[in-house]
Design a protein around this ligand. Structure first.
Ligand code: NAP
Length: 524
């Protein structure tokens, strides 16, 4: 695709163009328009029917191992075309090369992981969730729980910040399960998803109707989902509530998974002085999380909890690290942090920082766009790495406000109990990380914080240099948090397939159940 072209959608086995322009895709460094997208006027009812009637049966006709092979082949196509994806990510998302790698390689890595996981499931076409249990006096009347692929379409609605990873982490689980995919990336950054799907479609790997892409607004799509379809959504809580509360989604009982926003925490254990490995690991990780992808990760650290007596040390150490982060055009090799994805996101982030500043004081950065050499402030979408410091954790804005940008607040705590209670005031988050040398403290933190989190990273010195990072979502681990994070569940090895299967209790003769068991692969 050349710059300025209209992005088409791949629907019903062909590339189709919506009417007019719904969204302009903009370079957030230069302000220039890169492409446009529109799905206006496309008949989305027939698109869903096509996927349901063509893609679903074709995928269910092959077994898990064969579908795993397809995932592996998709990954190979993406690897072969990677250079182009990086260019798009830099131009359209303002990514540095490292940011682009997290998105692009994260997507490819997740496909490869599920290809590996699916291969040993072999010729099975269903998963066995539990061993047989006897239900009555008669020994030959028993029950098993099977998981069978659902017969609808997996509708995937994604956020702007991961046009690659968001697309493939969901598609990997759905396709391996035997469900066709209709992916709807966020319009602002759908160019990368578009290019990847274009390459996969051109390779003719997948059965007709198995992979569909909607570039443009959601239109009437949700009016046409049925009880057999599933919707996996990633984005803001506001949009999530519109999807969950959608008239047709409610009336049909369409299954919905929500991955929404999250005010994630990092917690420094008591007694970790500057210069100790735990203190250093903490500061390094917080600074990294604030600046990677310019803080536009749903898992990024927003609240930084430290013992009151360490608040000054932590604020100083973080400010020193952030000062070394070169902000600018991501095309420059020396740049460590690029812009936010759009001027709309920049405004939301700066407004949010202003709200935080009512409860916390600036340590570095500000609620104004930074002045940068060679960058036009009137066209670009930059936000400086911004650290605030609260007097204590009493205000609620610091716990409620997700700045989707490079900003975080240092919040002092008085005691262990105070720390755990303050972290929970985030109302349910995707991830918390805890740093310390006292393993008993780390264990207590896991138990206490586990109730309000989907994932906990516990960093002690022995893994300080080897852990995968607070914000990196690993396909082996559960992704999704309670409460405001959406109560979702994605990934986590084979658990990631559950959403795309129906769990069915089968009551019957032990001979029939043995037969079914022999044809199913273990679900865990
Ligand atoms: P968003 O504005 O909620 O948009 C997300 C997606 O929903 C986009 O594809 C959008 O399409 C679509 N959408 C908009 N209105 C809709 C409607 N009425 N019905 C159905 N879909 C609709 O979120 P965003 O600004 O792209 O992403 C930022 C948010 O995502 C942050 O809050 C972040 O925390 C969250 N996030 C969460 C995770 C996670 O895994 N938990 C991961 C990444 C991001 P258009 O773009 O066409 O409007």
């Amino acid at each position: 695709m050349s710059a300025g072209e209209t992005l088409e959608s791949y629907l019903g086995g062909k590339w189709v163009r919506g009417e007019g322009v719904e969204t302009e895709l903009v370079d957030p460094t230069k302000g220039s328009v890169l492409a446009t997208a529109s799905a206006r006027g496309i008949d989305l009812k027939s698109v869903l029917e096509y996927a349901r009637e063509r893609g679903g049966p074709a995928l269910r006709a092959i077994n898990y191992a064969e579908r795993a092979k397809l995932l592996s082949a998709i990954a190979d196509v993406l690897v072969a075309n990677r250079a182009r994806y990086e260019e798009i990510a830099i131009a359209n998302s303002g990514n540095t090369k490292l940011d682009a790698a997290i998105d692009i390689d994260g997507g490819i890595g997740t496909l490869k992981y599920y290809a590996r996981l699916g291969t040993p499931l072999g010729a099975a076409k269903a998963l066995l969730d539990e061993k047989p249990v006897r239900l009555a006096k008669a020994e030959n009347f028993q029950a098993i729980h099977l998981m069978v692929p659902r017969h609808g379409v997996a509708v995937h609605i994604n956020a702007f910040n991961f046009p690659s990873w968001g697309l493939w982490e969901k598609a990997a689980c759905a396709l391996l399960s035997g469900m066709p995919v209709l992916a709807k990336p966020a319009s602002a950054t759908c160019w990368l998803s578009h290019q990847m799907v274009r390459d996969v479609v051109a390779s003719k790997l997948l059965p007709d109707g198995a992979l569909n892409l909607l570039c443009g607004g959601i239109g009437s799509l949700l009016d046409h989902v049925t009880a057999e379809d599933v919707i996996a959504f990633t984005g803001s809580s506001n949009t999530a509530s519109r999807i969950v509360g959608h008239r047709n989604v409610l009336a049909r009982g369409t299954r919905v998974n929500v991955e929404a926003d999250s005010v994630n925490a990092a917690l420094l254990a008591p007694g970790c002085a500057p210069g100790t490995p735990a203190f250093d690991a903490f500061v390094k990780e917080v600074a990294r999380e604030m600046t990677v992808k310019a803080g536009q990760k749903c898992t990024a650290i927003r609240r930084v909890f430290v013992p009151t007596e360490r608040a000054d040390n932590v604020a100083e150490a973080l400010a020193a690290r952030l000062a070394k982060t070169t902000v600018g055009d991501p095309r420059n090799e020396t740049t460590r942090m690029g812009p936010l994805v759009s001027r709309a996101q920049q405004k939301m982030a700066l407004d949010g920082i202003q709200r935080l500043a009512r409860e916390a004081k600036f340590v570095s950065g500000s609620a104004d766009a930074p002045k940068l050499d060679g960058i036009d402030n009137a066209k670009s979408a930059f936000v400086a790495p911004t650290l605030l410091r609260a007097q204590n954790g009493e205000g609620q804005t610091i716990h409620d406000t997700e700045i989707f940008g490079p900003a975080a607040t240092v919040i002092p705590y008085k005691s262990e109990a105070d720390a755990f209670a303050l972290v929970a005031r985030g109302g349910g988050s995707l991830v918390a990380s805890v740093y310390g040398e006292d393993r008993d403290f780390l264990a207590r933190a896991v138990t206490e914080l586990g109730a309000s989190h989907g994932r906990i990273l516990a960093v002690e010195p022995s893994i300080a240099d080897s852990h995968t990072g607070h914000g990196i979502v690993m396909p082996q681990c559960h992704h999704g948090g309670p409460g405001r994070a959406g109560n979702g569940a994605e990934l986590g090895g084979l658990h990631g397939l559950s959403f795309y299967h129906q769990r069915v209790a089968v009551q019957g003769s032990s001979e029939l159940l043995a037969n079914l068991q022999a044809q199913a692969a273990p679900a865990h």
